[in-house]
Write a protein that binds this ligand. Structure first.
Ligand code: NAD
Length: 323
């Protein structure tokens, strides 16, 4: 008998890849999404798959799932700064009200739930690399507070369901992840640089480009999430690729993939933009026997091939849907 997994945020970047991965592992998948930042296109290849069912639901309102559920992957939430700065209240609500609605479904079904938390719970970190025990440096009323604090609340709420109700929980602190199905205009560095290269524009680097990020390829991330779900570990766990790169070096690597002498232009660093980001994945390595396998070169090439195949309209769709 196949196990049922409920995936919130199924039409998004990570959620749609998780649907594919769990279907490939012989699960039945119910995907839910309200398309606020996701797209039906990310799931269009699954419409004929009898093990997949999609329901359009805004999880911040009460909703019912009558099927019996074994596992829940809670991934619904705007995730890119360009999104959550434009829909701050929706972002706060999905992490709080939405999370509690999903936790109640997990509780009723006695299902195991994994929530998508984020490296943003560390804010602009004063410790480097970031271990799970580090409590972070977040400004609750800064512009990024709407995302960072809803994710911190989400962790607290989920942990309270564990300690008070005995709910079986997993908390993935996900660091920057990239790959196919990201939106070219979602403001994150890799799609932004790739879009600029493909449109033969200058690349925009914020600050002087010396700030670092650590990018994990999507295939590695979904494998890590799968392993965490099936582990016995109920505290937060970092998942990400510890290989760190400055944004200026990243811009040059992406130009090398197919650029035509693109220039790099510099713009002021957004407020509270983290200077450094690098996961300590000692726990994931020892508890899950997991670490990223795909090199940045291979991951960037795969992702560039995805963006290269977008239509002219998609590549040039610069205006944002909330604008
Ligand atoms: P995304 O925007 O592509 O996907 C999020 C999905 O959630 C979208 O399809 C959106 O429509 C849906 N959603 C939002 N609010 C909803 C609501 N109220 N009801 C139903 N659906 C709703 O973002 P992503 O990059 O795939 O991120 C997915 C999750 O992973 C998020 O929780 C994010 O915080 C977390 N995460 C992502 C990264 C990353 O690098 N991509 C890093 C850390 C954490």
């Amino acid at each position: 008998m196949k196990k049922n997994v409920l995936i919130t945020g199924a039409a998004g970047f990570l959620g749609s890849h998780l649907c594919d991965y769990f279907l490939s592992k012989n699960y039945k998948v119910i995907g839910i999404d309200n398309f606020i930042t996701g797209s039906p296109k990310n799931l269009s290849h699954l419409t004929t798959n009898s093990d997949f069912e999609f329901r359009e639901i805004d999880i911040t309102h009460d909703f019912k799932i009558d099927d019996s559920i074994d596992y829940i992957l809670h991934f619904a939430s705007p995730a890119s700064p360009i999104d959550y700065l434009q829909i701050p209240l929706e972002t706060l609500r999905v992490g709080s009200l939405g999370t509690e609605n999903v936790l109640k479904i997990a509780f009723r079904n006695n299902a195991r739930i994994l929530i998508a938390s984020t490296s943003e719970v560390y804010g602009d970190p004063l410790e480097h690399p970031q271990k799970e025990e580090y409590c972070g440096n977040v400004d609750p009323v800064g512009p990024r507070g709407v995302y960072d604090e809803t994710k911190r609340f989400q962790e607290a709420l989920t942990t309270a369901y564990h300690t008070f109700h005995g709910l079986n929980i997993r908390i993935a602190r996900i660091f920057n992840t990239y790959g196919a199905r990201m939106r070219v205009n979602d403001g994150r560095a890799i799609p932004a640089f790739m879009g600029q290269v493909l449109r033969e524009e200058s690349l925009t680097v914020f600050g002087d480009g010396s700030q670092t990020r650590s990018f994990c390829y999507i295939d590695d991330m979904v494998e890590g999430i799968y392993k965490l779900l099936h582990s016995n570990y109920s505290k937060p766990m970092n998942l990400g690729n510890p290989e760190e790169i400055t944004l200026i070096d990243l811009a040059n690597e992406i130009i090398a993939l197919g650029g035509k002498n693109n220039k790099i232009i510099f713009k002021p660093l957004p407020i509270n933009d983290p200077i450094k980001r690098k996961p300590d994945i000692t726990k994931a390595m020892s508890i899950l026997n997991w670490k990223p396998k795909i090199s940045r070169k291979e991951g960037l090439e795969n992702t560039f091939n995805y963006f290269r195949n977008l239509s002219f309209e998609e590549l040039n769709k610069k205006e944002h849907k909330f604008a």
